[in-house]
Write a protein that binds this ligand. Structure first.
Ligand SMILES: Cc1cc2nc3c(=O)[nH]c(=O)nc-3n(C[C@H](O)[C@H](O)[C@H](O)COP(=O)(O)OP(=O)(O)OC[C@H]3O[C@@H](n4cnc5c(N)ncnc54)[C@H](O)[C@@H]3O)c2cc1C
Length: 387
């Protein structure tokens, strides 16, 4: 297996870095203070075609694979920026590409590729069921040509900055299905029509600027034409997407870790205390060196998982492990960077404290560390199921 990047992949990294370099730390610090959304940044990425990376050329995108998409998100996070503002378009795209009808692809993909339509919201989590996804209660009952949807979702990010939302609902009660993964369906909700007409949105005050919301859904009408794939098979479609999501989040964490290590190493070379650079002390060197080694290991798993995903091979274990190792590596690197910068690590202008808050999310979402360990223990090692 060759883990070196091709010239085309190197160009992707350079192209994204060019865009990102126009949005320095003070741009993100201001947004963080004011809970703003980086519309200009999204526009610049869209103009470069980067957010349409996974959309096939015939529908106006650039038709790249998941590995390339992961390089794009990594390059964003390997800077003061945070790809959390736009990553959903990449990780939910697969559900539409693989399971959407031709009519849906023709209707939605070209305007998504051009930036006219934003597909940035993914509605899965519910307040009363959390990680136990198949127990979700939001229910869609069919009435003629529409589904009538009722329920509640929580933590749905970017709802206020998206035109479309992929929504996971129950269409058959859990008591009536043989397997609890059956009877779930995926609907494409047009938020431009739905907000105020069936969907009420309440932003959640959060540790970082992630634009997450609670959604109250009451008698929302969704055309049956917006059902993705077959009714009742939605969980399977979402699972595919979840592997993509884990690989892409791993890439973001790798980008974060590299940002922390670069910033801390530069600081440690320059900052002099007791008449010599602090980086000359092994107490400063070793945490950064260890974080670097763990980041490189996570990166290999990201490559292995993304390569298997793009080849259509099973990649569940690698995708989960990549996300676990990368989330740990970015947290470790951020913590080491904060320590290296001493008091200045706490100052917003160095971007470390903010990015540390941002990267902490990935120990919990989109799947928590415990549930990944459970997956490895039970699905890979064959240990007895705990739940
Ligand atoms: C900022 C943010 C943005 C998010 N964005 C989205 C989004 O856009 N769309 C969306 O659908 N969701 C989103 N989420 C939700 C996220 O996916 C969930 O928070 C996550 O899946 C965990 O679910 P929970 O919060 O309900 O925790 P719970 O399921 O209540 O778990 C709480 C804790 O208990 C542990 N735990 C639970 N069961 C077990 C077990 N059997 N064994 C061991 N430990 C266990 C978990 O690991 C976790 O640490 C977001 C969350 C946050 C915080």
């Amino acid at each position: 297996m060759d883990f070196r990047l091709t010239e085309e992949q190197e160009q992707i990294r350079r192209g994204v870095r060019d865009v990102v370099s126009d949005f320095p730390g003070d741009y993100w610090q201001k947004l963080d203070r004011e809970l703003g959304y980086p519309t200009e940044f999204i526009d610049a990425l869209t103009e470069g075609g980067w957010l349409a990376a996974l959309i096939p050329e015939e529908h106006g995108g650039i038709g790249l694979g998941l590995l390339e998409a992961s390089l794009i998100l990594e390059a964003i996070n390997h800077s003061p920026a945070n790809a959390g503002v736009c990553h959903a378009q990449m990780y939910i795209m697969g559900t539409l590409l693989r399971h959407g009808s031709d009519e849906q692809k023709k209707r939605f993909l070209p305007p998504i590729a051009s930036g006219e339509l934003r597909l940035q919201a993914f509605g899965v989590t519910e307040p009363s069921t959390g990680s136990d996804t198949t127990k979700l209660k939001t229910f869609a009952s069919r009435r003629g040509d529409v589904y009538i949807v009722n329920g509640q979702k929580v933590w749905i990010s970017r709802t206020e900055h998206s035109d479309l939302m992929l929504l996971l609902v129950r269409t058959t009660p859990v008591e009536e299905v043989q397997k609890k993964t059956d009877g779930l369906s995926v609907l494409l909700v047009d938020l431009r029509e739905a907000i105020g007409h069936g969907v009420n949105v309440r932003p959640i005050d959060t540790m970082m600027n992630h634009h997450s919301c609670e959604l109250f859904i009451e008698d929302l009408e969704v055309p049956v034409a917006n059902l993705v794939g077959e009714e009742g098979k939605g969980f399977r479609y979402i699972l595919d997407g979840m592997n993509a999501e884990r690989i892409l989040i791993a890439a973001e964490c790798i980008g974060d870790a590299r940002f922390f290590i670069d910033r801390a190493s530069a600081y440690a070379r320059e900052r002099e205390v007791f008449g010599r650079p602090i980086g000359q002390n092994q107490g400063i060197q070793f945490p950064l060196a260890r974080a670097y080694a763990n980041t490189e290991a996570a990166d290999l798993l990201r490559f292995r998982a993304a390569t298997a995903f793009d080849a259509g091979e099973a990649c569940g274990a690698d995708a989960n492990i990549a996300k676990l190792l990368a989330a740990d590596a970015s947290w470790e690197a951020g913590n080491a960077a904060l320590q290296t910068l001493g008091g200045f690590g706490f100052a917003a202008e160095y971007d470390v404290e903010r990015k540390l808050r941002e990267t902490r999310l990935y120990q919990v979402a989109p799947v928590s560390t415990n549930l990944i360990l459970t997956f490895i223990a039970e699905r890979v090692l064959g240990l007895p199921r705990s739940y």
